[in-house]
Ligand binder design. Sequence first.
Ligand SMILES: Nc1ncnc2c1ncn2[C@@H]1O[C@H](COP(=O)(O)OP(=O)(O)OP(=O)(O)O)[C@@H](O)[C@H]1O
Length: 764
Amino acid sequence: TEDTSQHPIVANSNHQTPLTASEGLPKELSPEQIENLETEKYTFQTEVSRLMHLIINSLYKTREIFLRELISNASDALDKIRFISLTDPEALKTKAGLGITIAADPERKTLVITDTGIGMTRQQLKENLGTIAKSGTSEFLAKMEQNNDAITQIGQFGVGFYSVFLVADKVTVASKSNDDPDQYIWMSTAVDDFTIAKDPRGNTLDRGTQITLYLKPDAYRFLQEKNLKELVHKYSQFITFPIMVWSSEEQEVPVSSTQAKKEDIDALLNDDELIEESIDQEPSSDEQTEKRLVYSWHHVNVQKPIWMRDPKDITDQEHKEFFKSVSREREDPLAWTHYKGEGEIEFRSILYIPSVVTDVFFNNIKNDQSNKPIKLFVKRVFISDEVELLPKWLSFLKGIVDADDMPLNVSRETLQKHRSLRIITRHLVKKALDMFSSLSKSDPEAYKKFLGQYSTILKYGAIEEQSYRKKITSLLRFASSFDTESFSSSLDDYIDRAKANQKSIFFMTGSNIGEIEQSPFIEALLARGYEIIYFTDPIDETFVENIPGYNGKMFVNIAKADIDFAEDDKDFDRDNELEAKYKPLTDWLIKTLDQHIEKAVVSRRLTTSPLAIITPKNGLSGHAQRVLDAQGVNHKNPNMEYIMESMRLQKKILEINPSHPVMETLLDYVEEDNITKDVETLIQLMYETTAIRSGFPLKDMTQFAGRVEGLIRKAVGVSISEEAKVRVKKAEEKTKEEKLADEELKKTNIVYETEEDDMEHDEL
Ligand SMILES: Nc1ncnc2c1ncn2[C@@H]1O[C@H](COP(=O)(O)OP(=O)(O)OP(=O)(O)O)[C@@H](O)[C@H]1O
């Protein structure tokens, strides 16, 4: 007969029956059974071996996470069988209820974790616990080699199971799947191979998995009931299945009943009524009683799932722990929103903002894969974490959605397209944006941290999603000429501070504030008292290209042509007059700088600089050009590359400052036909230095350097043809001995040895 005491997950197991310590533990394999096992041996995939060696030989502070990983795997396995049972009721046709038990055996120094989940067939044991299917493993290995704390992220990389070797040097996994008539047992002593055998105890599990950890001496503290219960509590509160820990309690019990009979226990575990009775039975007063330790299954996670509770009753600490348990992040979230959607469709959700963006998030975005950070439940039953519930630009959030009304027996693809999901998504986006907005008001420090991590992604969202564009844009913060330090101006602030009749939001892009402040373009606006937004994020150029304006004001790049100041600033007569006056100079400049510019015009914006180089309206600014160059034009489309290249070669517009003394003098020179070769060189140089100041890469650095040197020679009176007098000594040919020594070296493995290396060898 089967030993059902190993499946104590019945409707209510929180009964107090005096059982003995070993009653909660599974039968161990006897020495003969081990002797006669018909095992088959397999070698671990190399990555698994490497991982296990790293894990077993290292001293990690946070070893307790093995329990989190095992509980989470057990919970996944239970989710799977429950999900299958939605369409196939047969799947649950075993005696076992759904749940997890955890028991320590201080005598054998083992910890046993049992679940009644989906279980594994022989083949699955071999595949799941011997190879790593998911990508990113080598990345994780590298991380671990670098930094001990990386271990806590093990679950994110899909290799959580192997964390058992943090605390155990031998592990057995017994498992029974509905798809395999027999129960199998997997064993490993953390060396390079593992074995699988048919379990000689028979089908003790009914369905599910039982993991036995043979703890290393330095991990015995996990056997202490108090430690164990605390830990399980920490990692189990948010698991939707009951988790039972085998616990002892000192109790006054009738002397006669101290030894509970095995049959009684079995009956108890299978009959709810009997349990009720046994709880009701108080020891009668005239019966003899004594104090002794009684054992029972203690239900650790009795609370409702956090999202089903009243938001008012949930403490910050509970949210932080729930967040860590769903996301496997180490740090507390920056903020959260707990929401109950009613009306069209009823659902509950909690969304969290992680305090830092993970590498995984960006890797997925880069590879055009979606992050799916939301776990979907339907009426408390976990359905999937593969459904896209948030748009890409919000997929940095983490959380859960529990819907009341959703078809369950459909494929993920059908589910993904379901109307209810689209409605939920709309609500979630709105809730997320509200959360950001209230964070900006309630906690400016946290909001700053938030934007530091996510503003690039939000800008991407504003570009992608027209319907939320305005809202997202309103959440962004920038540096501006009003406040260059704090990056705290919103566009609304800018508009509040704008001048009368100002129709534009003036901005300039650059790689940093200092560079923008150096630029000649900003003078005219600052002199007139206009504020300029300083865009320093590489995505900003694309952002403003896609977003024409905000609240009725257009974005205007002050480094491009056509600046429209307020109407009253215009003086057409004066402009026309100056243009006519400077025509000889502008014509001459076009001729001289023909290689670089398409036209030269009289500037209305320059105040202190003599010249400025402007991009034609559809061209690339200096900053944009450098960003593109640095990225090596990361476009798959060859036409795009061609367009970029031609934009880069596009001729610029030269603006001259009519009030500048250098320009006035130059005009005289041209009018008097007094231009010498030297003046021509100087104007070339002036163009080149202006280009550098305006952030454009120079086309020909050698020519530029040549011109500067020429000027210096002239100033110090050295002829242009005079060469540097250098005395060089010719290198000598190799001697015969040296040639021989080289030949010898060729035969060895030595690559290159420095003196320091030699020293180390000597010391060793
Ligand atoms: N208790 C269990 N019941 C059934 N299958 C399990 C159990 N534990 C592990 N497995 C199987 O072994 C596989 C590997 O587990 P492992 O913890 O290493 O990675 P994972 O569960 O896929 O990812 P993560 O670590 O992110 O949970 C799982 O995907 C699952 O198929």
